[in-house]
Design a protein around this ligand. Structure first.
Ligand SMILES: *Cc1c(COP(=O)(O)O)cnc(C)c1O
Length: 377
């Protein structure tokens, strides 16, 4: 028979992510101090706050001095509104035009990347609602992703933007090579941006803010801050050391688990699916309850975890729910395993893990599944 208390019990996994809200808040403060005071700060909290939790990241960012927020999709914006967030929010990708009235009702700013989209979005607008469609115009200066490229496309948009139910809050572009070695392409994009903003000024439309810089561009080239900067990566502590702001940024996420079992395995024995690893000498193997379904993909085979202050490599194929590590000695079940974060003076960063899979730190943090509970400090 099940007792009521046990029916109510919430089982907790040993694998969990600790999010340090104070780190996000202090990172935003640190960044603010490093960029021109005239630039507004937009905190990018898309993809569940880069995996840290959207509402927690938004609240911490605003507490640290951010003026507004950005997300990728309207559903993410509504999650913030329903969570009580009142700050301005920009959706960075064009939404289905039929959803523009929802955005207007919730006071969410949208990205317009074509005249056709703007016309359609206005056609859905409730003519009796006083809420305007607030937009930022996206200009494609060379990323090749979203936005207007030709002057004709801009001219087609002008009459639609001039309508009374539309408010042009901004015009922006996104840079392709802000962290790259060669800065010539950044200059090319900025030159095109200036040319396009010339079209805008000539047509009499007055966007409230021009902006072009994400984390890398804004920290590396403060002169690109313009009226606003859009900070994602850096607010979570992801930043190339070469343009780290004075005082440094702190990682805000720690991922830990616990050993389920340790076993002594003889030389020549195989570990994991497909016999992916063979013991080159006898030794201790530990099993950790995290796998690719948690966002710890098979590309991380060979990466280290920290156990009792030692770096222990992941050996054999990573499974859906579990992986194995090579231990320096016997360790009891329950021993803490640090997958991201500091332990005994050593530290595993998202950047280190990202290097292994040929990506950026935010791919590691955003991959963490909802199955990994976030605990907030
Ligand atoms: C995600 C995103 C950002 C934030 O970029 P970071 O490099 O994480 O700071 C800024 N602008 C746009 C358009 C984005 O999509």
């Amino acid at each position: 028979m099940r007792t009521p208390a046990l029916q109510r019990a919430e089982p907790r996994r040993d694998t969990r992510a600790e999010v340090d809200r104070e780190a996000i808040r202090s990172n935003v403060r640190t960044i603010r101090a490093a960029i021109p005071a005239s630039a507004a700060f937009m905190a990018v909290v898309k993809a569940d706050g880069y995996g840290h939790g959207a509402i927690a990241a938004a609240e911490a960012g605003l507490a640290g001095g951010a003026d507004s927020l950005a997300v990728a999709f309207l559903s993410e914006a509504l999650q913030l509104r329903r969570g009580g967030i009142r700050a301005p929010i920009l959706v960075l990708t064009p939404i289905p035009p039929g959803e523009a009235p929802i955005a207007a009702e919730w006071d969410v700013m949208l990205t317009v990347a074509s005249a056709a989209w703007m016309a359609e979005a206005r056609s859905f607008k409730n003519p009796y609602s006083p809420a305007k469609i607030k937009v930022h115009v996206k200009l494609d200066t060379g990323l090749g992703r979203l936005g207007l490229r030709e002057r004709g496309e801009w001219e087609a948009l002008v009459p639609l933007l001039a309508a009374r139910d539309v408010s042009v809050e901004g015009a922006y572009t996104h840079l392709a090579t802000a962290g790259g070695k060669d800065t010539a392409y950044v200059e090319t994009q900025i030159r095109r941006f200036r040319e396009m903003t010339g079209w805008i000024e000539a047509s009499g439309i007055r966007p409230r803010r021009y902006h072009c810089a994400g984390s890398a561009a804004a920290l590396r080239f403060p002169e690109l801050a313009m009226d606003m900067v859009r900070f994602g990566a850096a607010m979570y502590g992801f930043c190339d050391p070469r343009w780290m702001p004075p005082g440094g940024l702190r990682p805000a996420l720690r991922l830990t688990s616990r050993l389920v079992q340790a076993k002594y395995v003889a030389k020549g024995e195989r570990i994991g699916y497909d016999n992916g690893y063979a013991m080159d000498e006898s030794g201790w193997i530990g099993t950790v309850p995290i796998g690719y379904a948690d966002g710890w993909g098979q590309g991380l085979q060979g990466a280290d975890v920290l156990i009792e202050g030692n770096r222990c490599p992941i050996v054999g194929r990573i499974g859906m729910d579990q992986l194995m590590v090579r231990l320096p000695r016997d360790c009891p079940a329950g021993t803490t395993v640090t997958l991201i974060g500091e332990e005994a003076g050593d530290c595993i960063t998202c950047a280190e893990l990202a290097d292994r899979i040929g990506s950026v730190p935010q791919e590691i943090s955003t991959a963490l599944a909802t199955r990994v509970e976030r605990m907030y400090k």
